[in-house]
Design a protein around this ligand. Sequence first.
Ligand SMILES: C[S@@+](CC[C@H](N)C(=O)[O-])C[C@H]1O[C@@H](n2cnc3c(N)ncnc32)[C@H](O)[C@@H]1O
Length: 475
Amino acid sequence: MNLPELFVERTRRLMGEEMCNALCEALEQQDTPVSVRMNTAKWEHVPAHRSAVPWSEQGYYLDGRPTFTFDPLFHAGCYYVQEASSMFVEQALRQYVTEPSVMLDLCAAPGGKSTLCRSVLPEGSLLVANEVMRNRSQVLAENLVKWGHPEVIVTNNDPADFTSLENTFDVMLTDVPCSGEGMFRKDPVAVSEWSLENVDTCWQRQRRILRDIWPCLKPGGLLIYSTCTYNREENEDNVAWIAETLGAEVLPLEVPEEWHITGNLTGNAFPVYRFLPHRMQGEGLFLAVLRKHGEAVEAEVSETSVRREKPRKGAKEKGGKKVQTLTVPSLVKQWLREDEAYDCRVEGTVCLALPKAWSALYDRLKDQLRILHAGVELGELKGKDWQPHHSLAMSAALKKEAFPEAELTYEQAIAYLRKEAVTLDASVPKGYVLLMYRGVPLGFGKNIGNRVNNLYPNEWRIRSGYLPEEIVLVD
Ligand SMILES: C[S@@+](CC[C@H](N)C(=O)[O-])C[C@H]1O[C@@H](n2cnc3c(N)ncnc32)[C@H](O)[C@@H]1O
């Protein structure tokens, strides 16, 4: 790999000769560690041939690279393939977030840190995961639906759209778009696109994002700031700017020496955490934790913000046209494990279950933001029939006893995930069936006797018709 000369020169100035040489040598190495984080809410499993990622309770390095696309459990949300350094966000949450909180992950796609945060946040917390790019926000929603936690809202907005949501979040993660120097050995495009102009564009954009989002963080709230780049402008200099200009205190994390994390390289006294690939197993990461100045206050929920469309039968006027609002069918509510904990409503033709604690906030967000997913989509009206939604199959809120189950073989599971025809044993009852693989729900099918109508979401199906000769699974 040809590292840009100016990058090397600037890195040498920042780190000194010895550290810069060691880093550049590590960046030339081709084998990058492969790591996964398990979703123990779905699958209590420790992969074989692995070692633990020291800073993450559910993170493991794997010996080889499994064929993730052909592993049904990957599609069922049993684990997430995540670069190990990124899992360090867990420490910021474990050390500073101990009470139920409302958290915003602002730059969240594809969802590595969001799924991690969702697993680590204290019970009773809500995660709002946002991504500005439309196509990337769809991937974010997919990954969070598969992760299966009902206390999640996914939005697709620019940071500026959040500005008016003052004092809403207790915790914010800004994993900002950056010049990506930390991804040099994983992604050759990051090398070819590097330029000093881009570094300048990045740190300025990062400050704009932080300025836009700052009012949403409650006084006393926590900001976790991270990048995957090495230069000081996007890292220490921006942290100093947040502390001085926006008003925050930089907080320390307890980290054992054997994790080989590097601290502040600019001679400033405040604590920051740098992951350098010649010192530990992972890619480049920078992280700092800040607490916004001011006394903690409760978020204001105004009268208008709690206004919401009551589910009711009948017609209402919208743009001169009559729009039918559907009632929540009692059958669909029975698909929930604890239906009394949810506020159910019908939006369009989809019946949605929102954890009661968050339904007022959902309405407030809905007034300002483009919401892609919230809570659990229970079912969709198809003709006269309420068809269970894939989001329900993936969710921890599903009452499994509400549907007959059918365990699939590996070949049947792959066929299902390709949205091909699946045939079940004659003993499986007709109607909606929860299709399982190794005891974990994969999705719904409608058994019509001689075959099953495959209800797997078309846009998520495995597109490759090829099946590798040797399949290595996370086992
Ligand atoms: C480093 S990536 C996020 C990775 C993600 N946190 C994860 O762990 O999977 C940064 C994200 O910021 C988004 N982004 C790009 N420009 C942005 C902007 N102006 N404001 C906010 N987000 C932006 C990118 O699309 C990208 O998804």
